[in-house]
Every structure is written in structure tokens, then in C-alpha cells.
Design a protein around this ligand. Structure first.
Ligand SMILES: NC(=O)c1ccc[n+]([C@@H]2O[C@H](COP(=O)([O-])OP(=O)(O)OC[C@H]3O[C@@H](n4cnc5c(N)ncnc54)[C@H](OP(=O)(O)O)[C@@H]3O)[C@@H](O)[C@H]2O)c1
Length: 327
């Protein structure tokens, strides 16, 4: 075997998967030791195709960053697709990886696994302590299943076969490769698009839903990728010291929160829009705070590196290069 592992990045064309590939390459991983397939080449909901792929490729490590992802509208409109496709993708990849002797796998979940009314900041042990947010419950349940698949394979096959499957729960991410769809994007890409369009059209103001007071946490996607590689490569003894067999997932956030109003102001400055920001307070605000407790990750030796202003500049550059023609 060569000195480099053969790494399969599932979802390599997505925002997080592509950042993981960038990070691995920057760390010196040879491109011919990174395996990938587009959705058109390999439908991960198809068990037989996934098994054949693993039999042929036999990777050493797997980053599971493929998923059906979407905002509130998509989650509400297509709940069956969200739960079915995500369950199938996770179950197919994890079982096929195990069958082909993959020892190391990292599953990406989401902060929506935590109860709607979880204490803030949300710690890993808030999992399964209360009811979930109803709008994305099917998606959240599929992500909880992903964590439990990893833990169950570790518990049953860890000692015998050296299986070591880990999972990370990212906070809100932004950066290159984000989705800027007008109706179906997250806060930062939606605001980047709206401020950019207001600048181009010389609109006097941009209106934001709600009071702007709720606080959120945002992590630059390249930081997320670095955290994924860090967790994947952590020595097992150290990982085990900080986790429990049935509470093994790790929150990934920057630990800082910012109000929607403040983030809008930062985006306005990044884009160079001269108009006003107004708030439509007749519209709902949503949860007042949503912050991850990332102390487990910090204790494992990782901290976010990219500040919001720097990250927003890089995100806007990517938007200008790759997305300005979207209508
Ligand atoms: N973005 C965030 O803010 C955020 C926050 C928390 C957690 N996460 C998690 O991070 C992971 C990656 O998210 P992301 O933002 O990178 O999503 P993304 O940009 O939508 O990427 C997901 C990738 O998975 C692929 N995929 C979906 N279904 C597939 C299938 N049946 N077969 C093969 N490929 C399939 C997609 O390909 P197609 O586009 O061709 O379908 C896409 O390339 C997800 O698990 C998500 O839950 C993301």
C-alpha cells in the first residue's frame, strides 16, 4: 500500500464535499487517491450500485457529505424524499463501506438533530431529549439515524474489525459553492444575492424579514472541511476519551453568534451597497438563538480560523464568478 489512503468523498460536487476535496488536495493528498462519482454516475439511493462501486474501488476512508439538502420550503414540500433519500444514502454507504473493509468513515449531520427547545448553546447530550422542529423533522430524523448507524457499526464491529465511524454536526455554513436560489437558500447566500441585486438596480433599500434581532452562528465552509479532516484523522484513543459509544457525534461551530441585523450590515459593506436596510417587523422572527456548543471539538484540538468578514468576501467573490447569471 502507498503512503496515502484512498479516500472516497461522497457528494464531492456539493458545497461541503468540494471544500473537503480542496482541503485534502491542499494537504498534499494526491488527486489520484481521491475517488468520487457524480450523482448521474452513481445514485447513492441505489443499494446494488453502491455495493458494486465499493467492491470496485475499495476505498480506505469515506467522507459522507452527500445528502438531499434544502431549506424550509423544500423540507415542507418534499418530506418523503428528504427522509427516504437520506436514509438510503447513509445506510447504503455505511453498509457497503463495512462490507468492503473500510475502517474510517465520517458522516455529516446537521444542527437540526437537536430538539426545537434545546438549551442554548446546544451540546451533544441534548440529542433525543425533546421534540424536533416539525418543519424539518423527517430530515432531522434521517440525520439522527446516520449518527446511530455509525455508533451501532462501531459497537458491533469496532473491536473485531477495527471499524471506526465518526459523525460531525455542522452549524450554518456558507462560502464557495453555496446555493443562491432566490426561494430556497439559507440566510447568508440569500442576503448576498439580494444586496448584490439591489446594488446593480440602484434600489434605495433592502427589506429584511423580522426584527433582525435573532442570533445565529455561521461557519465558513473551508473551516468545516478542515474540521472534518481533523476529526477523521484524530487518534482513536484521543477521540474515545472525549466521546461515548452512544453519544459520539461532534458539534462543529465557531462558537460565536451574531444577530441577523449585524450580519446583514456586514454583507451590505462587503458588497458595497449604499442603500438602507429596513426590517419588516410584521414577519416572523423564528427562534431567538441557535448556537452550538463546540467545546467537545475545541477539546479535541480544533478551532475555527476564518472570521466572518474574510469569509463573506470570499463568498461574494465566488458568487460573482459562478452565480451572477442565475435568475
Ligand atoms: N450547507 C449547510 O449550511 C449545512 C449545514 C449543516 C449540515 N450540512 C450537511 O452537510 C452535508 C453536505 O451539505 P452541502 O451543503 O454540501 O449540500 P449540497 O451542496 O446540496 O451537496 C450535496 C451533494 O450530494 C449529492 N447527492 C444528493 N443526493 C444524491 C444521490 N442520491 N446520489 C448521489 N449524490 C447525491 C448532490 O448531488 P446533486 O446536486 O447532483 O443531487 C450534491 O453534490 C449534508 O449532509 C448536509 O446536511 C450542511
Amino acid at each position: 500500500m502507498t503512503q496515502y489512503p484512498k479516500i472516497y468523498v461522497a457528494g464531492h460536487r456539493g458545497m461541503v464535499g468540494s471544500a473537503i476535496v480542496r482541503h485534502l488536495l491542499a494537504q498534499g493528498q494526491p488527486i489520484d487517491h481521491i475517488v468520487s462519482r457524480t450523482h448521474a454516475e452513481l445514485d447513492l439511493t441505489n443499494q446494488a450500485s453502491v455495493r458494486t462501486f465499493f467492491e470496485e474501488e475499495k476505498p480506505d476512508q469515506v467522507y459522507l457529505a452527500a445528502a438531499k439538502v434544502g431549506g424550509i420550503y423544500a423540507n415542507n414540500t418534499y418530506p418523503a424524499e428528504f427522509i427516504y433519500q437520506n436514509l438510503m444514502i447513509e445506510a447504503n454507504i455505511i453498509e457497503a463501506a463495512f462490507r468492503e473493509g473500510v475502517k474510517k468513515l465520517l458522516f455529516l449531520g446537521s444542527s437540526c438533530i437537536y430538539p426545537k427547545l434545546a438549551e442554548q448553546p446546544m451540546s451533544e447530550d441534548a440529542l433525543l431529549t425533546g421534540a424536533l422542529e416539525p418543519t424539518n423533522e423527517p430530515y432531522a430524523i434521517s440525520k439522527i439515524v446516520g449518527i446511530k448507524l455509525c455508533e451501532s457499526y462501531n459497537r458491533q464491529f469496532g473491536q473485531r474489525f477495527g471499524v471506526d465511524y465518526r459523525s460531525v454536526m455542522p452549524t450554518n455554513l456558507y462560502g464557495p459553492g453555496d446555493n443562491y436560489h432566490p426561494e430556497n437558500s439559507h440566510v447568508i447566500p440569500a442576503l448576498i444575492r439580494r444586496f448584490h441585486e439591489a446594488k446593480v438596480r440602484k434600489s434605495p433599500f433592502v427589506t429584511i424579514w423580522g426584527t433582525g434581532i435573532p442570533k445565529r452562528e455561521f461557519l465558513y465552509v473551508d473551516d468545516m472541511a478542515a474540521a472534518c479532516v481533523h476529526i477523521m484523522n484524530l487518534d482513536k484513543a484521543i477521540f474515545d476519551q472525549h466521546t461515548q459509544p452512544m453519544l459520539s457525534h461532534i458539534n462543529v461551530g465557531c462558537g460565536e453568534e451574531i444577530s441577523i441585523g449585524q450580519v446583514a450590515e456586514l454583507i451590505r459593506k462587503t458588497i458595497g451597497y449604499q442603500g438602507e436596510i429596513t426590517f419588516d417587523t410584521s414577519k416572523p422572527d423564528g427562534t431567538p438563538r441557535k448556537l452550538m456548543n463546540s467545546s467537545r471539538l475545541n477539546a479535541l484540538g480544533w478551532q475555527a480560523q476564518v472570521g466572518l468578514e474574510t469569509g463573506l468576501e470570499a463568498a461574494y467573490k465566488d458568487f460573482l464568478i459562478n452565480h451572477v447569471s442565475i435568475n
